[in-house]
Design a protein around this ligand. Sequence first.
Ligand code: SF4
Length: 498
Amino acid sequence: MLYLSKSKYCQVRQCPKLLWLAVNKPDAETMDAAREERFETGNEVGDLAMGIFGDFVEVTRKNGNKLDLPAMIEATKEEMARGTPVICEASFSYNGLYCAVDILKKEEDGWAIYEVKSSTRGDKAVYITDVAYQKYVLEHCGVNVVGTYTVVLNREYVFDGTLDTSKLFLITDVSHLLGPETAKIEENLRIAEAVLLSDTEPVIDLSDSCNEPYKCGFFGYCTRALPKPSVFDLYNLSFKKKLELYNAGRYRFEDLIGEPAIGSEKQIRQIEYAVSDKGTYIDKEGIRSFLSTLHYPLYFLDYESMQQVLPKFVGSKPNEQILFQYSLHYIEKEGGPLMHKEFLAESGSDPRRALAERLCEDIPEDACILVFNNSFEGPKTKRLAELFPDLSERLLRIAGNIEDLLVPFRKGWYYNRAMGSSFSIKSVLPAIFPDDPELDYHALDGVHNGSEAMTIFPKMQFMSPEERERTRHNLLEYCKLDTLAMVKVWEELVRVSR
Ligand code: SF4
């Protein structure tokens, strides 16, 4: 018999092949550390939301580590018969279709479904699919569903020391959005049954579904036979346009030469340099104009942050990025030695004040501060200024003195084929210094990217002293490499500008 949970239903709704791969080839999915972390924090949000209507009964039952679905379904029946006003994880099964409702609330003439999500937008397409499926299952179990809602985090909520769930969560009535989704359910169930009973991977080509409602984790698997690079590696082109070119058979870079949709200088250069290795493109004038905006003392700054889905520190908001670390390489005057300073907070307490104070001490007022991609460091420094009025003047001066090392790359003044379509420091660095072991992120222990840093930092408070010390060392080394990388990139720009 078909057995389908709501998450599997959402998969088949996105793409039948996605459901088949999730069941038969789960290891082919790519999921980064930050995404796994979001799943974990989703549970924390769900637990907190259970109390939004006051007293509740949760019917989660376990058999060892696994959910005991028959026991949950039985317990739900009992609570509903008893007239329990709020039942959490209320579970239902109809003809092999299973769902657990985050919050089932008794109304005068029936029951209302509340689906809890840890994001800040309640009407996302994937949530509508999810709620429509739940309503379908409940109605086929004989439940009179009189309301359907999503519960998400209120992005404007500011934590004042006590979590006020009546203000933290926003409830959205999605009933009027369910119609078109409900109409597709039976057809999707037929497809799901065929997919789940099949030993053969469905033959389904790439489509909009690969990117909607979210980027499919099997995209790498499904494009493994394409040449590298392919149209999907092209700089700054919408997925829709890439798909059109792919469907027209124009997925090799060689096929894209002269394509009218690819008109920007950087796209044309990316294709030209990929098709035939022309070395490095350098626009000396452009690079010189950028370098002329810099002055000594020169400070290279990089922050690390963690995302707090639920705000835990006074003044913070849901899903806010909280800074906990920085690295600073600096050169006081032309020809001077390269020096280094760093800060890493203690895990488990609010890191922001200590970090802001140290930053003000570590960076002189007249410094020129280089970051790589100022869409993060600048706004985050200004956010610190907002939080700490006594440091505000100093922090705003730091934010105002920031120059962005990404500019020469984003402008297309320095390019080689190894950069592909990305100008992040992780792409630029190995493209400029392919064989330098000192600049190899893979050679680091434990922490190799920002996602890993943001995931591991909050866990440090629960580690043994030895493990904490090792992790602390790994985080410091990682962040230090980020700013050393910036120094090397700046040196290269200076070198080629001469
Ligand atoms: S990448 Fe696209 S085709 Fe492949 S499973 Fe995902 S949605 Fe389906």
